[in-house]
Design a protein around this ligand. Structure first.
Ligand code: SF4
Length: 192
């Protein structure tokens, strides 16, 4: 089985629950959405088999426990399920970062971050371990309401702009059981 990929690199998770945790990032190519504001380069750079990706993860990150499979939309590729299984068999804790549009049954123990854009599949909202919402001039409360009450919802100010940071902090202070602030810490320290 082959995967279409944009990049594989070893860094530190900069956002959400696992901020500061070293992780190997596997960015799959392609997305099923075409958001006008998208700033992610998910263009196809290379093709590799599942085994080759697992080997590359080891080459980049050694025994690092955490692997983040992201995109684009990582659940849009049919070989992603096999990749998840192979990474777990290699001793990794797999995290998926998805836009939540494609209903895919994920094994227990796989961490799912959902960042909804134009639509959201209810099954993926229910499965999410955390939600990540972009604050850009307003707080998307309607998206937040799509997730179960116990799911942590991270408000991420677009571009780390002060006005968006202020909006996110205000919302979190008003509803502390629902919201947390998530800054893109990797951008502060200049790592990807
Ligand atoms: S869902 Fe995410 S990766 Fe896909 S186009 Fe939208 S912002 Fe970009």
């Amino acid at each position: 089985m082959t995967l279409q990929l944009a990049e594989i690199f070893y860094s530190v998770q900069g956002e959400g629950t696992w901020t500061g945790t070293p992780a190997v990032f596997v960015r799959l190519a392609g997305c099923n959405l075409a958001c006008s504001f998208c700033d992610t380069d998910y263009a196809l750079k290379f093709v590799a088999s599942v085994d080759e990706v697992v080997a590359r993860v080891r080459a980049e990150g050694g025994d690092c426990p955490m692997v983040i499979v992201t995109g684009g939309e990582p659940l849009a590729q049919s070989a992603t399920a096999a990749l998840i299984d192979a990474l777990r068999a290699d001793g990794r804790r797999v995290h998926i970062e998805s836009n939540g549009t494609i209903d895919v049954a994920l094994p227990d123990g796989v961490w799912l971050t959902v960042s909804p854009k134009e639509r959201l599949h209810p099954a993926m909202a229910a499965r999410a371990n955390e939600a990540k919402l972009i604050v850009d001039g307003n707080v998307p409360h309607a998206w937040a309401a799509s997730f179960p009450p116990a799911t942590p919802v991270f408000l991420q100010p677009e571009g780390n702009k002060p006005a968006n940071v202020a909006l996110a902090i205000e919302a979190a202070k008003r509803d502390p059981a629902r919201y947390r602030l998530s800054l893109q810490t990797h951008k502060f320290i200049g790592v990807r």
